[in-house]
Ligand binder design. Sequence first.
Ligand code: SAH
Length: 512
Amino acid sequence: MNEVAEGFVYFIGAGPGDPGLLTVRGQQILDHADLIIYDRLVSLQILQILPDETPKICAESLPGCHPERMEVLVDLMITNASKGLKVARLKGGDPLLFGRGSEEIEPLIAKNIAFEIVPGVTAALGASAYSGIPLTHREFSSAVAFITGHEKAGKPDSFLHWPEISKFPGTLVFYMGVKRAHVIQSNLLEQGMSPQTPVAIISEATLPQQKQATTVLGNLTNLVAQENFEPPAIIIIGPAAKYLGLWGWRNKLPLGNASVLISRPKGQGADFSAKLKNLGANVFQFDSMIIKSPDDWSSVDHEIKNLDSFDWLVFTSANGVEKFLQRFLQLGFDIRILLHLKIACIGPSTALALKLFHVYPDLIPPRHDAEGLIEALTPLVKGGKVLLARASEGRALLSQELSKICQVTDLHVYSQGPPSQEQIDNIKKMLSHTSMDYVAVTSSNSAKVLFESLGDLLTPGIFAGKTKVVAISQLTSEEVKNLGWGSSLSSVSFTTDGMIDEMIKDWSKEEA
Ligand code: SAH
C-alpha cells in the first residue's frame, strides 16, 4: 500500500551566505513552504529574504544536544509532513556536504515521507570564487579534496589518512578547520608536506563581512590566532592558495570594499543594493519594517470583485502593488479586468513594481509623496470613485483630502510591523566585529528605527567620523540631526541614485 503522506520535506542548500547564490528552485520552494527549519549557518541575509509570514525554526534552538536534538528535529519534520505540510529544511552550503543531511533523510525514508534534495553552492566554491582562488589549474592542481577538519586525529575509526592527504596531488580544502588549525598543520608537516606550502583562510565567504588572509603552512596556526579567525571559515592548502588577493578587481571599483549598511523597509531598495554591489561595496541590509499580509482577505477580495465600479486605482508603495495584484491573480482574475481603470503610482519605485506585472501607470506625480499625489490627482478624480490600495498605516491625509472631491475606498492590502529581535541581534553580532563606512537611510522612519535598534553600536563610529550617514533627502537629513547623529551626506535628487553619487564622491576622497 502506498503510505506516502501528502506533505513533503525539501532539503535545500542555502549556499555559503550571499542570497544571490541560492538556487532558483530553492527560492521557489522557500516562497511557498508552510514551515522553514533552518541551520544557524544560514546567513542573516538569506533569513531576510524569507517570507515574513512563514513560521521558522532555527534547528539549533531545538532542545537537547546532538544526537537527541537530531531526533527532535526529525520528529518535527515527520509530524509536519504527515499533517500534509510542505517543510523546507534549509541547510548551509550544500545539504549533503558535511551537514549531516543523510542522518536527517534516512528516517524519512523509513516513514515513507516524500522528499526532494535541492543542491546548494558549497562553502569551498563560494570562497574560491569570492576570493579569487582557482581550486584547479592546469599548471599545478588537477584535483580538489573537501576534507573535514573536525574529526579527531588518531581516533581509531578516523577516515582521515594524513599520509595520503599530505601527498594529495591538488588543492586541499578544509571545512570546520579554524579551531583545529594546529592539528591540520602538525599532521601535514609530520607527513613531510613543505612548511612553505601556500595557505589561505577565508571566513564568512561570499558575505559582505568576508575576511581573508594568506600565509604558508608553517605559519597557519599563528595566522589564525593573530587575525582572530572564527568559524565559519575554510582553509585552502596548496599552490592555488597563493592566488588570494592577486586578481583584486573589486578594489578598483568606485566603491571598492566600502561597507554600507542600508536601512529600508523589507522588500524595498533591491535595485539600490544591487547598484552598490556592482560598484564594489559590501552591502548589509537592515529591514527597518516588515510587511504582513492581512489576516483576513475578505475586504480585499470584495473590492477586487468590485473593480468595475472604480475609476482610479492608486498605489503608494511597491509592497501595495505586489500584495494587491498577487491576490488579484490568485483569485483567478484576468489582468484585462483593469482595462477601464486609470492607475496612479506615487513614484518610480512603485511604478517599477507595477511594470513587473506588465501594467503601466497613467500617472506618476512630479513630487513623490502624499502631497504630490493629491495635487496631481485633484483635477483628474473629481466626482469619481477611487480605490486606494495601501498599508493599514498609510497617512490619513491622502484619503481625507481626496474624500473632499471624490468617493474614496481606503483598502488595506498589507500592514507594517517592527523589525524582529532576531534580526537586530544578528546585525549587532556582525557590527561588533565589522565597522561600517556608510549608513544609508532611505526615509526619516528608517533612520529612526535604525537609531533605536542599533544606535548603541553605530553611534561611536559616527561620532568618530569613521561611519558617515547618507540621507535620501534634506528632510531625512534633518531627522538624522534630530536623532543626535549630527550632519549627514544628503542626496540632492531625493533618490537612491543621488545617495550613491554622494558615497562615490566621498569614497574617492577617502581613498585619496
Ligand atoms: N554543508 C556546508 C558545510 C557545513 S559544515 C557546505 O556545503 O558548505 C560547516 C563548515 O562549512 C564551517 O565550519 C566552515 O568550514 C564551512 N562554511 C560554511 N559556510 C561558510 C562560509 N560562508 N565561509 C567559510 N566557510 C564556510
